[in-house]
Design a protein around this ligand. Structure first.
Ligand SMILES: [Zn+2]
Ligand SMILES: [Zn+2]
Length: 247
């Protein structure tokens, strides 16, 4: 931290993005300067740990810490090769993402981005030559919200992992209904043909890291992966901040 920032922090002490308490010596220890989340809130996040499904990252309630495929992935493999999320979409973390996405708190990307990046560093074995793509919003939604939360996150992660970022090639061409309240089959149908690539050359034989804020059903990411694979991409990894437990 430089002197100017130190002075600013004395005059305007930063607050925790989740509970709004002042962050005087209470930040997450590992990430002193960049993440504005207090240790207490950080500890309350529901971290996903083994045993889990190595494809969709669904956690299992079992004492034996051996990862294995879940029933859904056994029955029908998704188009993506693996999905990874540091946390479950519950409690304070869910509220935090909600404020970030719907409350227009774009500055939260400065803290959520590094959290996702540090997870990605451990989770992704090899990132050389990978192409990072945020899940796009339909132009109509982008106009309403003013920003794409997935792009804000992907920018941070791409910077940390030093991967190429492409947020123009994958486009959302159909404005879909919100996925909430829809059954599995309805969700799949709802996002079908919602995405297109403006060019297939950039994805040919390349591993893709798709970035989104949350995986609630996995259908959106799966549909993006389907389009990418059909266009000749290599492996597709889905990187999200949080996933629901029932997905
Ligand atoms: Zn807090
Ligand atoms: Zn699974």
């Amino acid at each position: 931290m430089n002197i100017l920032n130190a002075i600013i922090e004395i005059i305007y002490p930063p607050r925790c993005l989740i509970c709004e308490k002042f962050l005087v010596n209470h930040r997450i220890k590992k990430h002193q300067n960049d993440i504005l989340i207090c240790q207490e809130c950080f500890n309350s996040f529901d971290k996903i740990t083994s045993p889990l499904c190595p494809i969709c990252y669904k956690p299992f309630e079992s004492e034996i810490e051996i990862d294995h495929l879940c029933e859904d992935c056994l029955r029908k493999r998704p188009f993506f090769d693996a999905l990874g999320a540091p946390y479950l979409y519950v409690g304070d973390f869910m509220m935090g993402i909600h404020h970030f996405k719907y409350g227009g708190k774009t500055h939260m990307a400065g803290s959520l981005g590094p959290l996702l990046a540090s997870f990605a560093k451990k989770w992704l074995k090899k990132v050389d030559g990978c192409l990072m793509m945020p899940v796009p919003l339909h132009p109509k939604r982008l106009r309403e919200r003013g920003f794409n939360q997935s792009l804000l996150l992907a920018r941070h992660v791409a910077g940390v992992l030093d991967t190429e970022l492409d947020f123009l090639t994958l486009r959302r061409v159909r404005d879909t209904k919100p996925q909430t309240g829809l059954h599995r089959d309805e969700r799949r149908k709802n996002v079908r043909k919602a995405f297109e690539l403006t060019s297939t050359d950039v994805v040919k034989r390349r591993s893709i890291i798709l970035v989104d804020d949350v995986a609630t059903t996995g259908s959106t990411l799966n549909e993006c992966a389907r389009v990418l694979k059909r266009s000749g991409s290599g492996e597709v990894f889905c990187l999200v901040l949080a996933r629901t437990s029932g997905m």
